[in-house]
Design a protein around this ligand. Structure first.
Ligand SMILES: Nc1nc2c(ncn2[C@@H]2O[C@H](COP(=O)(O)OP(=O)(O)OP(=O)(O)O)[C@@H](O)[C@H]2O)c(=O)[nH]1
Ligand SMILES: [Mg+2]
Length: 252
């Protein structure tokens, strides 16, 4: 049983990615289920095998503690940490090959508070990984790409799990733009050059400095481009996921 945490900024496509990946894997004859870890979501395009909204109610927290929606969401996310045992038990009885975790809309609630990393550590799998989503149309701008890379690196530091970056929503991008973003992901020199040549010299300098700081971490992420709407390139996504999940076994 493998655990895959789908993480990304609000609206980057986590929920649709979970739904599409589960559907695509099932069509390949692979057993996959989705765990919804977003206590604040109203509608889901998939049937969750485990849903934290059954354990934690944002509405009840608002009423019981006099909290606003954001305060209640923070509390709900912190309470997630207490659900590890329950989720482990539920997953043990389901025993899917892949457990896909759809994480809360606000990245900081899951990644930058204690609950998310604690939960990820406590859940029991043969291997776990993070799929970090780069919102394609947003990342077409090199400054936005670097900010996203910064967040992806920060997420890696929080979870210290093997991580694959997915450039999503490529159906909304011109092929040339997708190619350019992938080139940035492979060539630090090209990205530096692109950033330095952007109008706005102060922002350009800051972006280059930020990228240099990220480069020092030597994280060496792989990036795969895809579309969750049309299942584009899912064969390569699956291959890359599989490579990461089975790396440990192959090295033994
Ligand atoms: N065209 C296109 N739209 C996408 C794709 N992936 C997601 N979307 C759309 O982007 C919007 C946000 O997608 P969600 O899956 O809800 O994103 P999320 O990260 O779960 O959002 P929150 O949980 O609210 O932060 C929705 O309108 C999706 O239909 C994609 O690959 N292509
Ligand atoms: Mg979502």
């Amino acid at each position: 049983m493998y655990g895959i945490f789908i993480v990304g900024t609000a609206g980057s496509g986590k929920t649709l990615m979970a739904a599409s990946l589960a559907e695509w894997l099932s069509r390949q004859g692979e057993d996959a289920c989705i765990i919804n870890l977003d206590p604040g979501v109203l509608n889901l395009p998939y049937e969750a095998a485990v849903d934290v909204r059954d354990y934690v109610s944002v509405e009840k927290l608002m009423k019981a503690y006099g909290l606003g929606p954001n305060g209640a969401l923070i509390m709900a996310s912190d309470l997630l940490a207490q659900q590890a045992e329950r989720i482990n038990d539920e997953l043990k009885s389901l025993a899917p090959k892949y457990a896909l975790f759809d994480t809360p809309g606000q990245l900081e609630l899951f990644a930058f508070r204690v609950g998310g990393p604690y939960l990820a550590r406590e859940l029991e799998f043969e291997q776990k990984m993070v799929l970090y989503l780069f919102d394609g149309p947003f990342c077409a701008n090199p400054f936005n790409y670097v900010s996203t890379l910064f967040l992806a690196s920060a997420v890696h530091l929080r979870f210290t799990l093997p991580q694959l970056n997915l450039l999503t929503k490529i159906d909304l991008l011109d092929e040339k733009v997708v190619k350019r973003i992938l080139e940035w992901s492979r060539s630090p020199a090209l990205l530096r050059e692109t950033l330095a040549s952007q109008p706005g010299s102060e922002a350009a300098l800051l972006a280059v400095d930020l990228f240099n700081a990220i480069s020092k971490l030597r994280l060496d992420f792989s990036t795969v481009a895809c579309s969750a709407r049309y299942f584009t390139n899912f064969l390569n996504v699956h291959a890359a996921v599989q490579r990461i999940l089975t790396r440990g076994e192959l090295e033994e």
